[in-house]
Design a protein around this ligand. Structure first.
Ligand code: NAD
Length: 493
């Protein structure tokens, strides 16, 4: 029996055992063993964390701090994280199976998270107000940006530290204080991060972390009367429930939800580029990414060639334990999710979809492994094409006409991302305009950058993360009217 590490929750820069809840087990998905326990926080713990955040905003230094000074704190956070990147990455890999080099896609491990903190450190003092030329004589009217106060942040399990940075840095940069709840399935790297951040001298109460389930920790957190705003990343079902709670008190909430993103392959596409780009955008994280483009819409003239090449490319992938340097695809991040992906594959098979590559061949006795899985001839109306599986499972369907493929691409409740593969770039730009999605990739897929806003159309959410828009979501405007007229006529004379 391995040693089991027990984490506590974090409020007011101190660690606390749960007041009345117990602890939840955390498994290592590489072998299915419980390796850690995290608090199952309930209302009294949430009250404690929110009280700390409330006091840091209204009584503590954070609410009164000049933006440039806040920027210096955020810069320190980036520096401290850079020092401890390896330690944080190791916990994340152990807790949710993420391959070390994938913890933040596109960034080297030593730059991991750091650039985002530095970017928002620089933005703290860039939100300038305006003087408004209002149609009102003898009035000076100006607009200024203000934070909301205490913000609740709810995170998913697929990329704990990656999704955290997108929310946390801009929210603190805007001047809010935060109570954050990571997923019950993968809380450990977030708690470890709090230990690291103690070195950055963040004032007590500015950032607090409670752990537990959506219904018993997340809902009361969003519902707390001292929480002024919420930001939720997760599935569409959980997002709808969270939005309903926020609506009770007319609280603003930013929603970063699921997707079932289409990728359109035109007949003139460079098929090597398309196959490699599509495979790279789905399979290395095991399809456990919100923007995974798993609905492949391929022109009928090239679909056979395309699918043959795709199968040949991805069947070579080495599925295995994250600590094996030869591994190219790690495990599903937790047992319930692994079982859910397997159920979707079985259901698609039963529905009669043609299986070109069966990832169940990678399943092992211990750990949660599934390899790339490809289905052919999948009509867009089927469950397989419409449901977010969030695993390494793709469906392919052919099309003949551009208007038809745009209709199919948009025929989904989601609108997170889309891909277009063609040598005709002007045509691609015209098609991009007609796609209902927050991000469109042309001849590439899966890129993201701190500077570039991301978010969903339709049921994939509202609000944006990253870039200027990511910080703007955590601010509200105030309009101030100053009269320059010393006289106010009697209104009833
Ligand atoms: P989930 O919705 O089950 O849970 C997400 C978080 O919400 C967890 O912390 C959970 O405890 C909490 N939660 C659930 N119900 C809640 C409620 N009623 N009130 C308050 N909190 C609640 O999602 P998941 O399975 O953890 O994550 C996978 C999903 O996240 C996928 O759908 C994926 O597409 C999505 N996702 C979206 C983005 C994005 O940026 N759009 C990024 C990553 C993941």
């Amino acid at each position: 029996m391995p040693d089991i590490r027990t984490f506590q929750y974090f409020a007011n820069n101190q660690w606390h055992a749960p007041i009345e809840g117990g602890y939840l087990d955390s498994e290592n998905p590489a072998n299915g063993e419980v390796w850690a326990r995290v608090p199952d926080c309930r209302k009294p713990d949430i009250d404690r964390a929110v009280a700390a955040a409330h006091s840091a905003f209204y009584d503590g230094p954070w609410g009164r701090m000049l933006p440039a000074e806040r920027g210096r704190v955020l810069r320190r956070i980036g520096d401290v994280i850079s020092k401890h990147a390896e330690r944080l990455g190791a916990i994340e890999t152990r807790d949710n199976g993420k391959l070390p080099h994938m913890i933040t896609p596109g960034l080297k491990q030593d730059q991991w998270q750091v650039d985002s903190w530095h970017y928002y450190a620089g933005m703290c003092d860039k939100f300038e107000g305006r003087v408004i030329p209002a149609e009102a004589p003898n009035m000076h009217n100006y607009m200024k940006w203000e934070p909301f106060g205490v913000v609740a942040q709810i995170l998913p399990w697929n990329s704990p530290l990656g999704t955290l940075i997108w929310k946390l840095a801009p929210c603190l940069a805007a001047g809010n204080t935060v109570v954050l709840k990571p997923s019950e399935q993968s809380s450990c790297s977030t708690l470890e991060l709090m230990d690291v951040l103690l070195e950055a001298d963040l004032p007590p109460g500015v950032l607090n972390v409670v752990t537990g389930f959506g219904a018993t920790t997340g809902e009361p957190l969003i519902d707390h009367p001292d929480v002024r705003m919420a930001s939720f990343t997760g599935g569409t079902a959980g997002g709808k429930a969270a939005a309903a709670i926020a609506a009770r008190q007319v609280k603003p909430i930013v929603m970063e939800l699921g997707g079932k993103s289409p990728q359109i392959v035109l007949p003139d596409a460079d098929l090597d580029l398309a196959v490699n780009g599509i495979a790279a955008g789905i399979f290395p994280p095991g399809g456990q990414s919100c923007i995974s483009g798993t609905r492949l819409l391929v022109h009928r003239d090239v679909i056979e060639d395309f699918t043959n090449r795709l199968v040949d490319t991805v069947k070579k992938a080495r599925v295995g334990a994250p600590d094996d340097p030869a591994t190219q695809i790690g495990p599903m991040a937790n047992r319930p999710h692994y079982e859910s992906v397997l159920r979707h594959i079985t259901a698609a098979e039963k529905a009669g979809h043609r299986l070109l590559l069966d990832g169940r061949a990678a399943c092992r006795e211990r750990g949660y492994y599934i390899g790339p899985t490809i289905f052919a001839d999948v009509p867009n109306g089927s469950d397989l094409a419409q449901t977010e599986i969030f695993g390494p499972v793709v469906s392919t369907e052919s099309w003949a006409d551009e208007d038809e493929v745009l209709r199919i691409a948009n025929d989904t409740v989601f609108g997170l991302a889309a891909g277009i593969w063609t040598r005709d770039v002007t045509k691609a730009m015209r098609m991009a305009d007609r796609i209902e999605a927050g991000t469109v990739y042309i001849n590439n897929y899966f890129n993201a950058a701190t500077q570039s806003p991301v978010g969903g159309y339709k049921q994939s959410g509202y609000g944006r993360e990253n870039g200027w828009e990511g910080m703007r979501c955590f601010m509200q405007t105030k309009s101030v009217w100053l009269s320059t007229d010393p006289h106010q006529p009697d209104p009833f004379a």
